[in-house]
Design a protein around this ligand. Structure first.
Ligand SMILES: Nc1ncnc2c1ncn2[C@@H]1O[C@H](COP(=O)(O)OP(=O)(O)OP(=O)(O)O)[C@@H](O)[C@H]1O
Ligand SMILES: [Mg+2]
Length: 319
């Protein structure tokens, strides 16, 4: 498999007058062309921060270190002009509140044309309309919405429109940050099915940030688990979701309904995320981990090879 993105020792720190929030901490992983990576972890674990920083859409005062090599270029350090060339063409992102991505005062058709012409300045309205119709079909929207203004559309329609726009230039890397969460289950299922099929033909790579493990199970081949800004487990979906190695992933797995549909009781993980403005010595999950030992509280476990993936837990060393 050909490598597409390699993240090395990435740190993202939000800085304001009173605090420094270390929202992404020393994260490293890599994905190949054609992969679809589920990025999971409870609210506040740094998933959106990672995605936002990769596209350099973070607030100005944010400090970022490390590397994110995409096709030989470091996304974290290339000039803004280079980043602008990649955004929407090679890397596209859809956030949960896609509403903000569309202009309220222009018809959808105008917005399609504007975005299309950023990279193909000479494209005719007819050409663009043709591409738009393909994309509207893909996200299950009727052709008539092309003439509408965003305020004439429902939230779900706008969300689907944002997904359609993200696919406009056949990006190599597609990042969905809870992009389909607000859609009804049937629509979400249909769109994801279309996208997975499209990815197979075009070799698109997708990073899917979601709280829905069934979406990871059905549309991703790899999964990365984040906790308190750190990557704690990484591997193939078929291994990680059935035999997790990190106690946090085990907890996550138990807190979702069984994917096989059996009736099991949902458990939540007791406790809270730690304060991300502090240095966190030892294992980040130790305060909530049922297996934590003295060593876990003092010494940070590195990501260790567990045969079928990586996990940052001292218990994996024993094997
Ligand atoms: N602009 C910001 N300034 C300061 N802190 C921030 C900012 N944005 C996010 N944070 C903090 O960074 C941490 C990670 O937030 P992030 O949004 O990346 O989490 P997440 O994993 O995407 O959560 P969710 O699942 O709820 O979307 C949180 O503690 C959050 O409060
Ligand atoms: Mg988020």
């Amino acid at each position: 498999m050909e490598n597409l993105l390699t993240i090395k020792n990435m740190n993202v720190t939000y800085v304001n007058k009173v605090r420094r929030v270390m929202a992404v901490r020393d994260v490293s992983f890599s994905i190949d062309k054609g992969d679809s990576l589920g990025l999971v972890g409870e609210s506040g674990s740094g998933k959106s921060t990672l995605a936002t920083a990769l596209l350099r859409l973070h607030p100005h005062s944010t400090e970022i270190t490390g590397e994110a090599i995409f096709e030989g270029q470091d996304l974290l350090s290339i000039p803004e002009s280079e980043m602008n060339k990649l955004r929407w063409v090679k890397i596209a992102v859809v956030f949960q509140k896609a509403m903000n991505a569309l202009s309220p005062v222009h018809r959808i058709s105008t917005q399609f044309e504007d975005i299309y012409r950023v990279h193909y300045p000479n494209a005719t309205s007819e050409e663009i309309r043709e591409r738009a119709m393909e994309l509207l079909k893909l996200v299950n929207l009727p052709e008539r919405v092309y003439r509408l203004y965003p305020h004439e559309m429902s939230g779900g329609m706008i969300q689907r429109m944002a997904i359609a726009i993200s696919l406009m230039h056949h990006p190599q890397l597609l990042i969905f940050d809870e992009a389909t969460t607000a859609l009804d289950v049937v629509t979400q299922g249909q769109i994801l099915k279309e996208i997975v099929e499209m990815e197979e033909t075009l070799e698109t790579t997708r990073i899917m940030i979601t709280h829905d493990m069934s979406v990871v199970a059905t549309t991703c081949n790899k999964v990365a688990v984040m906790y308190a800004g750190e990557l704690v487990e990484f591997g193939m979906v078929k291994d990680v979701l059935t035999k997790p190695n990190h106690p946090y992933t085990m907890g996550l797995q138990r807190s979702f309904p069984s994917l096989k549909g059996e009736n099991t009781k949902l458990e939540s993980i007791p406790g809270f995320l730690p304060d991300l403005s502090k240095e966190l010595p030892g294992c980040v999950f130790a305060p909530r981990c049922p297996y934590a030992t003295d060593r876990c509280r003092k010494e940070k476990p590195p990501m260790m090879d567990v045969g079928n993936g990586l996990a940052a837990c001292w218990r994996c060393e024993e094997r």
